[in-house]
Design a protein. Structure first.
Length: 318
């Protein structure tokens, strides 16, 4: 088959004959050219979808009411597009207004959209993902500033924005951002993938410590605002008691290990020793002692605290 004929058949969508024939170099080039044309077309369509989504999200993120209005629009499009009479959609809206439309939901939707907008920006410059760390932290700070309002809807902010009705309605699929946290309340991913890595060097140990302290305090705020309100005999909630006696000491230990490895060896070592003495009897005391010995000897410790406790407080705070 002649190369030109092959290309014409491919472009017209016609079936090729079953005659066995190898591709010539010219055939290969024609196919590659066609694939490149398709690739550019797909890229253009993707950019167009992103532009439409970004415009809609930017308008909706301006207020709780606007975020909720877009949410309803997307629900109708994704779930009730085939409802010719509109009755099912009207029934859903009535039930939603009676039971689901709350200030917490509206504020959560707004934070979700703000994170989606940031995620779309990152998708446009994936090679510069780390440059978006300050903006990610701003978004996380904004969520915790609304901690009281968000009670009951916080788990929504731990979901991937790509699984939302917004993503379905605007056809925003896989963005290829494996390391980017897909939700504004995925604290472990935000800190471990964005905030802490650039601070893990001697010149940045003070900033590293400050970042850790903010992270620890935020986990405490999650328990305080979103955890069970059942109280112990001492007057604190069960969740806060567990956080103060178990999780917070463990996170402080993680912080000091991180500071030690980042270059603050002497300061972190002294604080780690004091930490062990302060929390004698803690369930992780033995592991702390063994890990501390391994650190000062220059040996690699075994299982890290992060692996042992990853996500614990986030789960408790839902």
């Amino acid at each position: 088959m002649k190369p030109v004929l092959l290309a014409c058949l491919l472009m017209s969508g016609m079936s090729l004959t079953a005659t066995a024939e190898e591709l010539s170099p010219v055939d290969v080039q024609l196919l590659l050219d066609k694939l490149e044309e398709l690739r550019k077309g797909e890229k253009g369509r993707r950019e167009s979808r992103f532009a439409v989504a970004r415009s809609a999200f930017a308008a909706a993120v301006q207020s709780d009411a606007a975020a909720h209005a877009l949410y309803l629009k997307c629900i109708e499009k994704v779930r009730f597009d085939d409802d010719k009479s509109g009755q099912a959609w009207r029934d859903w809206k009535r039930r939603h207004k009676e039971r689901g439309d709350t200030p917490a939901l509206r504020r959560a939707l707004r934070h979700q959209l703000a994170w989606f907008l940031l995620t779309l920006d990152v998708a446009e410059q994936p090679e510069d993902m780390m440059d978006f760390a300050p903006k990610a932290l701003e978004r996380l700070d904004a969520v915790f500033a609304d901690a009281e309002v968000l009670r009951g809807e916080q788990s929504r902010l731990q979901e991937s924005v790509l699984s939302t009705v917004y993503a379905s309605a605007y056809a925003v699929g896989n963005l290829g951002l494996d390391e980017w946290p897909m939700g504004p309340l995925l604290m472990t991913d935000i800190y471990e993938n964005l905030i802490l890595p650039p601070l893990r060097r001697p010149a940045k140990v003070e900033q590293l410590r400050s970042a850790w302290i903010r992270r620890i305090n935020y986990e405490g705020l999650m328990v305080e605002k979103w955890g069970s309100q059942t109280k112990t005999k001492s007057g604190v909630t069960v969740g806060m008691d567990r956080y103060l006696t178990e999780r917070r000491p463990e996170m402080i230990w993680e912080m000091e290990q991180d500071l030690f490895r980042a270059g603050d060896e002497k300061g972190a070592a002294l604080r780690m020793l004091t930490h062990i003495e302060r929390y004698l009897g803690h369930r992780n005391e033995t592991r702390w002692i063994e890990g501390f010995e391994a650190l000062i000897k220059g040996e690699l410790p075994g299982e890290t605290a992060a692996e042992d406790n990853n996500g614990t407080t986030e789960q408790d705070g839902r």
